[in-house]
Design a protein around this ligand. Structure first.
Ligand code: OAD
Length: 247
């Protein structure tokens, strides 16, 4: 519903801001980061997910992301991704909105039918030239001597993912959408990486109700008004159906 801070905004339906993390893709076979068998228990993030790591050993970084691209090629969206796509179209049909912001670099939300997904940590299926910053779709393995299609430089290709120490993408659009929302929902995220981990506090400070959906209480659990725990493939479809039924 409209609030004073939304003066001038036309939409009057329910406006939901959803933040997703690795937990929503876990049941699609993509590993999470901080669980017992998580990616960061097997790889040193300072070596594979920082600009310094890439400068020191680009071959190691390319191999890490090539393995993740190969893993993504075998993954398919699960019931939680599809439920968010149904919720997004259902809200839009009733003058509302689901703004979907993901920390995930996979494209399973898009494969499930979600539109305008904001990938704040970038996208695994894209490559960026670190000379001219051009970004292009790319699912093939990264190689040392590939040429940038925009500037022609060779050896400048890097995965289009945000590394530790870099600024997440689309932060202005994210701040605007959060401010306009009626409900903030975090799904499958440990709440330990900022700025995303701070969204719940920002929402609460704006008077926006907040709900956490996760396998278990996250680091931020107590900041939420409502908490629902269990596998995303079960809890997200049930929650989305409730929201649609209540419209
Ligand atoms: P984490 O691995 O930190 O957290 C995943 C969360 O998902 C945990 O709280 C799990 O309990 C939960 N989870 C696991 N399986 C689940 C399931 N089947 N259903 C529901 N929840 C489940 O992943 P993120 O919070 O996404 O950043 O990590 C945030 C960022 O840290 C990532 O985007 C990545 C990483 O380092 C960069 O690489 C920049």
């Amino acid at each position: 519903m409209p609030r004073d801070r939304r003066q001038g905004r036309v939409a009057v339906g329910l406006d939901v801001f959803v933040l997703t993390g690795a937990g929503i893709s876990a049941e699609s076979g993509l590993g999470t980061f901080r669980d017992a068998d998580g990616v960061w228990t097997r790889h040193d993030l300072s070596l594979v997910a920082t600009p310094e790591g890439f400068a020191r050993d680009p071959a190691r970084v390319r191999a890490f992301y090539n393995a993740r691209r190969a893993n993504l090629a075998t993954a398919a969206p699960n019931a939680a991704h599809f439920a968010l796509a149904r919720l997004q179209s259902g809200l839009a049909a009733r003058s509302g909105r689901l703004f979907l912001c993901t920390q995930n670099v996979d494209d399973l939300h898009e494969q499930a039918g979600c539109v305008e997904v904001v990938h704040m940590h970038g996208e695994l299926s894209a490559t960026r030239c670190h000379a001219c910053q051009a970004v292009w779709p790319d699912r093939a393995p990264l190689v040392a001597d590939s040429a940038c299609p925009a500037c022609g430089a060779t050896g400048t290709a890097r995965p289009h993912v945000v590394w530790f120490g870099e600024t997440p993408l689309r932060m202005e659009a994210i701040a605007d959408a959060l401010e306009e929302s009626d409900l903030f929902v975090a799904i499958g995220t440990s709440g330990s990486v900022y700025p995303a981990a701070g969204f719940v506090a920002e929402a609460r400070a704006l008077g926006i109700r907040a709900c956490e959906i996760n396998l278990q209480p996250s680091d931020n659990a107590r900041a939420f008004d409502e908490r629902r725990y269990g596998p995303a493939t079960e809890v997200v479809p049930a929650w989305a159906a409730e929201v649609l039924a209540g419209l």
